[in-house]
Design a protein around this ligand. Structure first.
Ligand SMILES: Nc1ncnc2c1ncn2[C@@H]1O[C@H](COP(=O)(O)OP(=O)(O)OP(=O)(O)O)[C@@H](O)[C@H]1O
Length: 305
């Protein structure tokens, strides 16, 4: 019998998952899984629960929550040698990874994908040899906004909370001098931000890295060079339509190994949460974990077969 461990954040998605839990367990059991579940208690708990699930030899670990919960589950699984398959029931605010692989924000439909059994190998990012990410690592003042938005605001306003925070932050945004090595290439200069992405969806902007593949072993690296606030806002609005890449202030590359240094303070955003400071080395762990994805949509997800 296959064994599935559900790791869920009881606070995400306005606590909606709890009332669906009995039905989810019943469906998994009907599909031939022996089940058990763990409600997370706070930051880092989902990672510990995932490591424990690996030790207890679960075949499948199901993350229920937002990108933060998925990040923690992926971090737990990724550091183990024998890695269970990862399922996702998105309950967060932006759900970037779910958007990228077309997992719907509907508990029943997301569960059907796991029961359907189709998985693909997916790249995982490794920061400084000890922290993992599945969507994005980024730095520069504006990228701090995702973890500066209070949870209560997120619950109340959803994604609008991020937009309001961005508007509040815009006048204080400034560039930072950075050195960024991307495989053989180097950028040295003032930048508003950089991002090192694994998927095409960042903060709900689904066209930020239009040709990102989730399993080609490469990051999409985007650097926004120094610019004034008017240009910053203009380029941000181009990003919504995926028209930012031809702007002369945008550098866009693919690389498997990225190193960032700066003499100034640069805080890192790792899948939406604070992830430490620069200096940073990012390594792409090609096809490191197996993730359940929708059978019908596989041709539309940007994957290398
Ligand atoms: N029981 C809990 N109470 C409070 N916080 C928790 C609890 N369990 C986990 N957390 C923390 O909440 C963080 C964010 O949760 P999660 O990603 O599930 O939702 P979200 O922030 O609404 O979604 P998104 O990341 O998509 O915006 C997690 O990284 C984790 O540190």
């Amino acid at each position: 019998m296959k064994r599935a461990r559900i790791i869920y954040n009881p606070t995400s998605g306005r606590e909606a998952f709890k009332k669906h839990l009995p039905e989810v367990l019943e469906k998994l059991e009907f599909a031939g899984y022996e089940t058990s579940c763990h409600a997370t208690t706070g930051a880092g708990d989902a990672t510990k629960a995932a490591i424990e699930a690996v030790k207890r030899e679960f075949d499948v670990v199901i993350a229920v929550g937002g990108d933060g919960t998925l990040n923690e589950v992926v971090a737990g699984v990724s550091q183990c040698e024998k890695r269970p398959k990862v399922g996702l029931i998105p309950m967060g605010t932006t759900n970037d990874f779910a958007r990228a692989v077309h997992i719907p924000r509907n508990i029943e439909e997301a569960l059907e994908i796991i029961i359907g059994g189709q998985t693909i190998p997916v790249d995982v990012g490794l920061l400084n040899d000890d922290r993992y990410f599945i969507n994005i690592a980024a730095g520069g003042r504006i990228t701090e906004l995702t973890y500066e938005v209070p949870s209560k605001m997120k619950t109340l306003l959803g994604q609008m909370a991020y937009y309001l925070k961005a508007i509040e932050m815009i006048p204080s945004i400034k560039s930072t001098h950075m050195n960024i090595k991307m495989d053989g290439e180097e950028f040295e200069g003032n930048a508003m931000m950089f991002l090192c992405g694994l998927t095409n969806s960042v903060g709900g902007f689904e066209k930020i890295a239009p040709d990102a593949s989730i399993n080609d072993g490469l990051f999409t690296v985007m650097i926004l060079k120094e610019c004034n606030i008017a240009d910053f806002v203009r380029i941000a609005s181009l990003t919504l339509r995926g028209e930012h890449l031809s702007d002369e202030r945008v550098i866009y590359r693919k690389a498997s190994h990225v190193e960032v240094t700066s003499e100034e303070d640069v805080h890192l955003n790792l899948d939406g949460e604070y992830g430490g400071d620069v200096p940073a080395t990012f390594q792409n762990l090609k096809r490191h974990i197996e993730v359940f994805v929708p059978l019908n949509d596989i041709s539309e997800i940007n994957v290398i077969e």
